[in-house]
Design a protein around this ligand. Structure first.
Ligand SMILES: C[S@@+](CC[C@H](N)C(=O)[O-])C[C@H]1O[C@@H](n2cnc3c(N)ncnc32)[C@H](O)[C@@H]1O
Ligand code: SF4
Length: 424
C-alpha cells in the first residue's frame, strides 16, 4: 500500500495532498465486520487470603488471625465498590464480559455470602455474557456447602492447587492438605459439573523421581479434565528463597526439574492429555480455559482487587499491592490504580508473539492481519534456528512449539520477543 499516486515518490513536488492513510481505495465494506460489535472483556477478581503462606508461594496473599471475618468483609466491600467505579470509569458495562476468573490467594476461603456479594456486583455493574467462571481453591477449603454454592453462582471451572499428592512433600511446604483432602475436594468439585483442573508443581523441596511418579500417577487416577504442571519458580518474597540464602534448603536441580516435567508430559500424553498451553494438559485437548487463552491473544482483562492487573486497550494497569491503601482508596471513592504502562504498536505485536506462543500454536495469518507483519519473515533467522534445534516448527501458516519446545516453556516466545525488540 502506498500514499503515492505516481511511481515518482521522491520527486520534489507540492502535488499529492495526503487526505488519509491508508488511501480510501483500500477501504472495504467487509472490513466493518466485527467493528460494530463491542469488544469482549475478561474479568479477574483477586482474593488475597490464604489458610497459610506456602513456602514457595510468591503471590500477594496474607493469612489472618482472629480478625479474619471483619477484614475479609471490608475487603469484599471494597472489591464491590471497585467493580462499580471501574465499570463507570472505563464503560465496562458496554462490553460483554465473557470470562470471570477468581484467583488468589484462595477464593474458596471466601464465605458463601461474600462470594455472592462479589457475583452480585459483577452482575449489576457489568454485562456477563454466558461467562466462563473459574474459581481457584485449596483442597482443605472446599467443603460440600461451598461446592454447592459455587454451582448456584454459575461457576463452571474449578482449579484446585494440589501441588503434590505426597503428604511428606506437601507437609514441607507448610500446607495443611493431605492426599485424602485432595481426592475429597476433587470429587466435590467434579460433583458440581464444573470442569476441574489440578495444579501440580515440579521441583518442590524433597521431590524425588519416586515421589514425582506417585504424584503424576495419582493426578491421572483422579481423572480430572485438566492437569497443570508448574515449574517451581523461586522468588525473593518466598520462604524458599530465604531458606536457600541461608543454605538451609536445597531444591531439585534444574536438570532434575526438567526430567520431572518431561516424565509428566510423557505420562500425560500416554493417557490422552494434550497440551493446550505449555503447562496445561487437557483430556483430548478439549476444555481449554477461555480466560487465559483469550487474554494471551490480546483480549482486554480488567483486574479487580489488591495487586490485580489487567489491560484496557493499549494500557496495562495495576492496582496498589498494599491492602490498606486498596481499601482506603475505595472508601474515599477513588480507584486503587497504582501503576500502568502504555504499549506501543510494536509492543502489542511483541506481546502477542510471546504470550501467543504459550498457547503452543500461533496462527501466522491472523498475526499478520492484526499487526501488519509476517512473523515468519520478521523472525526468519530465529525461527530457522529454533526449528533446527527442534524447539519450534512451521506447518503451513502455523508456528508451533514442538514437544521439546513445550518442555522449555517460554524459551521460544522469549527468543521471538528479543528478536523483534532488537530490530531498529
Ligand atoms: C494462586 S494459587 C491458587 C490455588 C490455591 N491458593 C492453592 O494454593 O491451593 C495458583 C497456583 O500457583 C502455583 N504457584 C504458586 N507459587 C508458585 C511458584 N513459586 N512457582 C510455580 N508455581 C507456583 C501453585 O501451583 C498454585 O496452585
Ligand atoms: S499456593 Fe495458594 S494457598 Fe499457598 S500461599 Fe500461594 S495462593 Fe496461598
Amino acid at each position: 500500500m502506498s500514499t503515492a499516486e505516481s511511481s515518482s515518490q521522491n520527486e520534489l513536488t507540492r502535488r499529492g495532498f495526503v487526505t488519509n492513510y491508508p488511501p480510501y481505495r483500500y477501504w472495504r465494506p467487509e472490513a466493518l465486520q466485527g467493528v460494530l460489535e463491542p469488544r469482549p472483556l475478561n474479568i479477574y477478581v483477586h482474593t488475597p487470603y490464604c489458610v497459610q503462606r506456602c513456602a514457595y508461594c510468591h503471590y500477594k496473599t496474607t493469612t489472618l488471625g482472629e480478625s479474619r471475618k471483619s477484614e475479609i468483609d471490608a475487603y469484599v466491600s471494597a472489591l464491590c465498590r471497585e467493580i462499580e467505579l471501574a465499570s463507570k470509569r472505563f464503560h465496562l458495562k458496554e462490553r460483554p464480559a465473557t470470562t470471570v476468573y477468581f484467583g488468589g490467594g484462595t477464593p474458596t476461603l471466601l464465605s458463601k455470602e461474600n462470594l455472592s456479594r462479589v457475583m452480585e456486583a459483577l452482575h449489576e455493574h457489568l454485562t456477563l455474557k454466558e461467562p466462563e467462571i473459574t474459581v481457584e481453591g485449596e483442597p482443605v477449603t472446599l467443603i460440600q456447602a461451598k461446592a454447592d454454592h459455587l454451582k448456584t453462582l454459575g461457576v463452571n471451572r474449578i482449579s484446585l492447587g494440589i501441588q503434590s499428592f505426597c503428604d511428606d512433600i506437601i507437609q514441607k511446604t507448610g500446607r495443611r492438605d493431605t492426599e485424602k483432602h485432595a481426592f475429597k475436594a476433587i470429587e466435590l468439585a467434579k460433583s458440581t459439573g464444573a470442569v476441574v483442573n489440578v495444579d501440580l508443581m515440579s521441583g518442590l523441596a524433597g521431590e524425588t523421581e519416586q515421589t514425582w511418579a506417585y504424584t503424576v500417577e495419582r493426578a491421572l487416577a483422579a481423572d480430572v479434565h485438566a492437569i497443570t504442571v508448574y515449574k517451581t519458580e523461586v522468588y525473593a518474597n518466598t520462604e524458599y528463597y530465604s531458606e536457600m540464602k541461608k543454605n538451609a534448603l536445597t531444591l531439585p536441580t534444574d536438570d532434575e526439574e526438567v526430567k520431572f516435567t518431561a516424565y509428566a508430559m510423557e505420562q500425560l500424553d500416554r493417557h490422552g492429555y494434550l497440551p493446550v498451553n505449555f503447562f496445561t494438559f487437557t483430556k483430548g485437548g478439549a476444555f481449554r480455559q477461555r480466560h487465559i487463552s483469550t487474554r494471551w491473544m490480546g483480549t482486554d482483562t480488567y483486574g479487580f482487587g489488591v495487586s490485580a492487573f489487567g489491560t484496557v486497550g493499549n494500557h496495562a494497569l495495576q492496582n496498589t499491592s498494599e491492602l490498606s491503601r486498596y481499601t482506603q482508596s475505595l472508601e474515599s471513592g477513588e480507584l486503587p490504580l497504582a501503576r500502568g504502562y502504555q504499549l506501543s504498536a510494536r509492543e502489542l505485536m511483541t506481546r502477542e508473539a510471546v504470550l501467543g506462543m504459550k498457547l503452543v500454536h500461533l496462527d501466522l495469518d491472523g498475526f499478520q492481519q492484526r499487526h501488519g507483519f509476517d512473523l515468519a519473515k520478521l523472525c526468519a533467522p530465529v525461527i530457522e534456528e529454533l526449528t533446527k534445534n527442534d524447539l519450534a516448527t512451521v506447518n503451513g501458516r502455523t508456528l508451533s512449539l514442538t514437544r521439546r519446545g513445550i518442555l522449555w516453556g517460554d524459551y521460544v516466545g522469549r527468543r521471538l520477543a528479543a528478536h523483534i525488540e532488537a530490530m531498529a
